[in-house]
Design a protein around this ligand. Sequence first.
Ligand code: FE
Length: 356
Amino acid sequence: MSRRVKYTENRPLANLKKLAIALSLTASTAIPALADGEVNIYSYRQPDLIQPLLDRFKAETGIATNVLFLDKGLVERIQAEGENSPADVILTVDISRLTEAKDAGITQPIKSAIIDTDIPAQYRDPDGAWVGLTTRGRVVYASKDRVAQNDITYEELADPKWKGKICTRDGQHSYNIGLFASMIAHHGEAETEKWLTGLKNNLARKPDGGDRDQAKAIFAGECDLALGNSYYVGLMLTNEKEPEQKEWANSIKVLFPNANDRGTHVNVSGVAMAKYAPNKENAQKLIDFLASGEAQEIYAEQVYEYPVMPGKEPSDVVKSFGTIKPDTLPLADIAANRKKASELVDKVGFNDGPTN
Ligand code: FE
């Protein structure tokens, strides 16, 4: 009896507590900037590509995001700003740029049990300086009309049977350097030099243009095979502004090199925390959010890439290319061979085009 009375007496207080919790929840979503602060992102990625993610982050946490988009000089800018830099989070693509940020001393280690569990180690810096969010394959674009085979290896691109048939962009571009660095990691420098010489002598023309220009060259009949990143095929296939790109993309099929052995070379888009992040706690929340499976699927869909988290799906357009089996070589090992790769490109005169 006494317990029952006590319970009845306490009910108004319990209800008040519930009301207070409800009010504070409402307040945090209604005026997020005041209640929860903000986080500043320095980004090499186009703002429209990341906005859907940032909208979701704000809806879930109440934290506002400010994006500074840069197309060059991001590292230099943060260095120049020094301890007063407003940068909290750095968003970029390619292991070369993530490594550049680490080596420039503008990052601090990301410490997150969630990330350590969810993101495979091959896509994270061993010291925590950066974390990969999505991957892109360095695939082979092959003419649907003129190439019968549906399997290929990177090694095979040096076979004389492809003489005069291959197109690619500048050998010193970070996308090619990443691939060549992975060849050094797998085969050593001497064998990679031979391979690179063979590839150079199979080129149809001097390396030039971007990856999409190589698809255009296949469409035009100038070459049968090209090296290109996987997401450009998605971007071309869906390009309403320049519909001629759809024709280029429709003239090619995507071959995933080394699908039957070590897998296809992939690079990442990734995130780092700025060394002097003024909103460090919010930066960590944003990085944990970006690394979550939910965010990776939204991000991958926007940019036609692959989520790094196992089991998460790319967009339907990307799925239509076939299934990628990524090379399991840690990206940090690729980064370590970038300088040697760049030296080899010069040594074999790759950018001079075919000489034999
Ligand atoms: Fe690109």
